[in-house]
Design a protein around this ligand. Structure first.
Ligand code: ZN
Length: 65
């Protein structure tokens, strides 16, 4: 069963990812992604970018930043 976009009411069978920066006031910022309806581009959710987190962890393990 497909989810339904709350804005355009079309079935969401595939998400469109967007890139945004997230953070807290006076704190660190993180690369994040938006999960959007492929039909109307309404943002359905957002989260920290899992690929960016993986890359940062690997860089830290290797002795980088
Ligand atoms: Zn939509």
């Amino acid at each position: 069963m497909d989810g339904i976009c709350p804005h355009c009411k079309k079935a969401v069978q595939r998400l469109h990812f967007g890139a945004v920066e997230g953070g807290v006031p006076l704190g660190d910022s993180f690369r994040c992604i938006t999960l959007c309806c492929p039909h109307c581009k309404t943002v359905l959710s957002a989260q920290v970018d899992p690929v960016a987190i993986r890359t940062d962890i690997l860089r830290a393990i290797k002795g980088g930043r």
